[in-house]
Design a protein around this ligand. Structure first.
Ligand SMILES: Cc1ncc(C[n+]2csc(CCOP(=O)(O)OP(=O)(O)O)c2C)c(N)n1
Ligand SMILES: [Mg+2]
Length: 600
């Protein structure tokens, strides 16, 4: 077989089940080899879309993402998606043809391009190394959680290679193959393979800080999405409240101590409780300006601990009291054992009452954060886990409970009213993807998600236009959930080509367009300073007609009554996806956007 076929076969045999892409001559054979060996291939309409689909698929499935693109322009079209994946440390392989002859129209410096956005440029260098080079790329993606651009030079692709399987191939060492089985599922490295584990002294310090803390809060990030059980157990043992960064939203859903997202999307209650913490432990979380509101969510005397696999992530955004290098689940488990074996008395003085006796009645909100599989806050009374805090989380822990003045009318719906209405209508088993823009906080705050695999947030590069492709990749990873894409009108039109992919794949998706006929983020950024806004405002676009042209069903929403059309679609048969064109009121910018402007 030729090298291109061998590359596809290696990836299929390594465990890849789905690949995305746009096929040209330079990636035709490798893509067909993937298909021939049982991999599902999803043809996107733009390489940017394909890459973000693969990124979202990887994030929501826990598998290595694969995208296949043509050399030169195929790769340049993919670059924004590659940058997003690389910044998010998504295990992703970009298979790309490569025109090494400088006289080729397709020639560019693909290594420099990949490196410039933080991806790892690798290459299949010769026929005899095809299997080994491909396995090496797979390991880099899976084990090191990196986005790899695997260049397939056109001349090398055509060379003949004798297939001898993954084990026993001419240049594949047994150890190279042996370690492959350990990296099939990213994020599940065995303890022995973790690059480092915290020292006994570091662990001892964390145990002491936790034992001393009266109001500890755990903030879990992307690097803790596999560590729910361990963190909940440790939180219960130490009386900690639980929060997440935006990318890990949903991780603690159903836990009575879940504060939801820390940062710009935090409820006033979550912000207050996090600010009042005396110890914050960040688990696999960068503690960036979004998660900490530029540091304002961290109290003056709050001690800060950061646990991360990546040593270079420690203390980058905030100075930390203690930084530990290690896997979050393993570290939490070790700390829990250490606490138990040292017999630390964690119950804090002054919290000695029996909470089971005096637990307050619930607020009657049947959809509140309590009433979960883990039972109620019956153990309240330890650390920050008090009866009072439990009651406040029940009463004020969700954005829906916050009163607001509806600003809709005159053919426009208040985006909060829209989103709350959708939250009520859409089934709970959903997977939500959110694009970037002024509107983004509404779906991020008002649409509930079932768990951390119910929210896909491709926002590390802060690009608009990725939301629809994100929803497609997420939908394919979780076909059991209703996919919801929340987009602004600007981001929707930027990524519009993939509406075709949604229809072609038969995805039962709900695409919600928050249409303010503007790049609202820019309007609210510059408007208050008196700048002319003609460059960022647009005439009306008929999204319902556009979507119908692609084969969608569509509903135009100008007031709460129009949501009946969504209810009607939900009744079934859902044989066509639905686009909800919401004409939203947008006189004022959203307050989380003001946070964003401070970052510019
Ligand atoms: C690829 C890209 N281009 C431009 C921007 C700058 N930008 C940020 S938000 C935004 C407007 C988005 O408009 P829309 O999708 O309608 O959402 P809205 O802000 O109106 O809610 C723009 C142009 C960006 N972040 N990414
Ligand atoms: Mg807009």
């Amino acid at each position: 077989m030729i090298v291109a076929e061998a590359v596809g076969r290696v990836l299929a045999e390594a465990g890849v089940d789905t690949a995305f892409g746009v096929v040209g001559s330079g990636n035709f054979h490798v893509t067909n080899a993937l298909v021939a060996h049982g991999v599902r291939f999803v043809a996107a309409r733009h390489e940017g879309g394909a890459t973000t689909m693969a990124d979202a698929y990887a994030r929501m499935s826990g598998k290595v993402g694969i995208v296949s693109v043509h050399q030169g322009p195929g790769l340049t079209n993919a670059v924004t998606g590659i940058a997003e994946a690389a910044k998010s440390r998504t295990p992703l392989i970009v298979l790309t043809g490569e025109a090494t002859d400088v006289r080729s129209n397709f020639h560019i410096d693909q290594d420099a391009l990949a490196a410039s956005v933080g991806a790892v440029p690798l290459r299949v260098t010769e026929a005899g190394r095809a299997v080994e080079d491909t396995l090496s790329a797979y390991r880099t993606a899976a084990r090191d959680r990196r986005t790899v651009v695997l260049n397939l030079p056109l001349d090398v692709q055509q060379e003949l290679v004798e297939w001898r399987g993954l084990i026993g191939e001419p240049h594949g060492t047994p150890s190279a193959v042996g370690s492959l089985s350990a990296v099939k599922s990213p994020g599940t490295l065995s303890d022995a393979e973790s690059p480092r584990t915290p020292s006994a002294a570091e662990l001892g310090t964390l145990v002491r800080l936790l034992a001393e803390a009266r109001r500890p809060v755990f903030v879990a990030g992307r690097g803790a999405r596999h560590a729910r059980a361990e963190l909940e157990e440790l939180a219960d043992a130490t009386g900690a409240l639980l929060a997440t960064s935006a990318v890990a939203k949903g991780l603690f859903r159903g836990n009575p101590w879940d504060l939801d997202v820390s940062g710009g999307f935090a409820t006033p209650l979550a912000a207050e409780l996090i600010r009042d913490a005396d110890l914050i432990v960040a688990w696999g979380c960068a503690l960036n300006m979004w998660t900490t509101r530029h540091g304002r969510l961290i109290g003056e005397h709050t001690k800060l601990v950061q646990v991360d696999l990546d040593e270079s992530a420690l203390g980058v955004h905030r100075p930390v009291t203690l930084g530990l290098v290690g896997d979050t689940a393993t570290t939490a488990r070790t700390v829990l054992h250490a606490l138990a074996s040292t017999g630390e008395t964690l119950a804090q003085a002054g919290d000695a009452r029996d909470p089971a006796r005096d637990a307050p009645a619930t607020t009657g909100d049947a959809r509140g954060p309590v009433g979960n599989a883990r039972g109620s806050a019956g153990d309240a009374g330890r650390g920050y886990q008090s009866v009072e805090v439990a009651a406040r989380i029940r009463a004020e822990g969700r954005w829906q409970a916050m009163p607001y003045d509806d600003e809709g009318g005159d053919g426009l719906i208040d985006p909060r009213t829209l989103t709350i209405g959708l939250d009520d209508l859409l089934p709970g088993e959903r997977i939500v993807a959110v694009d970037s823009g002024n509107f983004m906080g509404y779906p991020a705050m008002f649409l509930d998600v079932p768990d951390e695999r119910g929210f896909c947030f491709t926002q590390a590069f802060q690009s608009i236009g990725l939301g629809l492709a994100t929803a497609i990749g997420a939908a394919l990873a979780r076909p059991d959930r209703l996919p919801v894409a929340a987009l602004g009108d600007g981001g929707a039109l930027m990524g519009i080509a993939e509406l075709d992919t949604v229809v072609r794949l038969g995805l039962p998706m709900v695409v919600v367009v928050y249409d303010d006929e503007a790049y609202g983020a820019e309007v609210h950024h510059f408007g208050p300073h008196g700048h002319p806004l003609g460059t960022v405002r647009f005439p009306p676009a008929d999204f319902a007609a556009i979507a119908t042209g692609y084969g969608f069903a569509a509903v135009t929403v100008t007031g709460p009554g129009d949501l009946a059309g969504v209810a009607e679609w939900l009744k079934g048969p859902r044989d066509r996806p639905l686009l909800v064109h919401a004409k939203v009121a947008g006189k004022r910018g959203s307050w989380w956007l003001e946070e964003a402007f401070k970052g510019h």
